[in-house]
Design a protein around this ligand. Structure first.
Ligand code: SIN
Length: 318
C-alpha cells in the first residue's frame, strides 16, 4: 500500500512538472487556456471552465462602454466549423469588476481581452482591467468584422505599434497581442508587436468568412460576414504559428481548431507554448480541457519528454 502510494505521488509529481508552463510571466499548471469569446462573459461561466481544468482563461473582449452587438443570427454552424459575428457584445469593462473578485480566488491566471476604437480607449480599458486585478491583458486587434477596431488595427503595423507601446507604458501587467490571419505577412505584424513591447502573441483569431442560404439567397449571418473558427482553420493556425515562431522570441499562444490533444501538440510543434480552446467547447463541453491535458501528458510521457519546452517548435528542426 505504502509503495503504491509512493508510486502514485511520484507519477503525479512528474505529471505536474511535465505539464507546467510559463507564458508572458504567467504560471500555468497546464498549457490549455480558454479562448476569448466562449463562456467568457461572467465569473460563473469562467469558473466552470477553471473547474474543468483550464490552465488559464481569457474573457470575452471588453470595451469602455457596454455594447449590445449585432442582431441575430450571430452564429451559424457550417460543415467545417462555426461562423460568428456577434459584434463584440459586452457589459463594458467596469461591470466586470465584481466578476473579477470571485475569479481571483481561484489562483488560475485571468486574462482580460480588451478592444478599443482609439489609442486613448485602449489605454483606458487596459488601465481599468489592470486595476481590477487582471493577470494579463489580451489586445483584440483581430476581430474580422468590426469597423475602426479589431483587424483594422491588427493589419496596420504602425497603428498596432503605437497601441502596444502606449498600453505597455500605462500598465504593469503582461500584454498579449492576438493577431489576425487575414494579412499577407503575419510574421511581420508579430515582429512589430514584439518590438513595441508585447509579452506574448496569440495566433490566430478567426478567418473572415461568409455563408449564404441557397433557397432564399440570403447571407446567413445578420452581419453578412463573420469569423470562421473550428477544424477548418487549424492548418491555417499551424502555418501562422510556424511563421511567427521564426520571427520572434516572445512566447506564442496557439489558437485555432484545437479539439483534441493531437491538435494541441501540432500547434506546439509549430511553436506554441500554450493553446487556447474555444469552438470545441460548443461540441464537447468544458470537459475538453481535461481530455486535451491528459492526452498531452500521455504523449510527453510516451515520447520521453521531461517538459513541454522540449516540444515547442520541434517541427522547425526538419
Ligand atoms: C465577436 O464578438 O463578434 C467576435 C470577436 C472576435 O472575433 O474577436
Amino acid at each position: 500500500m505504502a509503495v503504491d502510494n509512493f508510486y502514485y505521488k511520484e507519477e503525479k509529481r512528474k505529471m505536474t512538472e511535465r505539464l507546467a508552463t510559463t507564458v508572458a510571466g504567467l504560471k500555468l499548471a497546464n498549457p490549455t487556456m480558454l479562448a476569448s469569446g466562449i463562456l467568457g462573459y461572467t465569473g460563473l461561466s469562467l469558473k466552470t471552465v477553471i473547474d474543468a481544468g483550464a490552465g488559464a482563461v481569457v474573457t470575452k473582449s471588453m470595451g469602455l462602454e457596454p455594447r449590445t452587438g449585432y442582431p441575430n443570427p450571430t452564429v451559424v454552424q457550417t460543415d467545417c466549423g462555426l461562423l460568428n459575428a456577434m459584434g463584440l457584445p459586452n457589459p463594458g469593462i467596469s461591470h466586470f469588476k465584481e466578476e473579477m473578485k470571485q475569479l481571483k480566488r481561484t489562483g488560475v491566471p485571468i486574462i482580460l481581452s480588451i478592444y478599443g476604437y482609439s489609442l486613448e480607449e485602449f489605454v483606458k480599458v487596459a488601465e481599468a482591467a489592470a486595476e481590477m486585478g487582471a493577470d494579463a491583458i489580451e489586445l483584440n486587434v483581430s476581430c474580422p468584422h468590426i469597423e475602426r477596431a479589431g483587424a483594422e488595427i491588427g493589419c496596420d503595423s504602425t497603428l498596432l505599434t503605437e497601441i502596444v507601446k502606449q498600453v505597455k507604458k500605462a500598465i504593469n501587467v503582461p500584454v498579449i497581442v492576438k493577431l489576425t490571419p487575414n494579412v499577407t505577412n503575419i510574421a511581420e505584424i508579430a515582429k512589430a508587436a514584439e518590438k513595441a513591447g508585447a509579452d506574448a502573441i496569440t495566433a490566430i483569431n478567426t478567418i473572415k468568412a461568409m455563408s449564404i442560404e441557397t433557397e432564399t439567397a440570403r447571407p446567413l449571418l445578420a452581419n453578412k460576414f463573420g469569423g470562421l473558427s473550428g477544424p477548418a482553420i487549424k492548418p491555417i493556425a499551424v502555418r501562422c504559428i510556424y511563421d511567427v515562431y521564426k520571427s520572434i522570441d516572445v512566447p506564442i499562444i496557439g489558437c485555432g481548431g484545437v479539439a483534441n490533444w493531437r491538435d494541441a501538440i501540432e500547434l506546439m510543434l509549430a511553436g506554441a507554448s500554450a493553446v487556447q480552446i474555444g469552438t470545441a467547447i460548443a461540441f464537447k463541453g468544458p470537459e475538453v480541457f481535461s481530455s486535451v491535458t491528459a492526452g498531452i501528458d500521455a504523449y510527453l510521457n510516451r515520447k520521453g519528454f521531461k517538459n513541454l519546452k522540449e516540444l515547442v517548435g520541434l517541427a522547425h528542426n526538419h
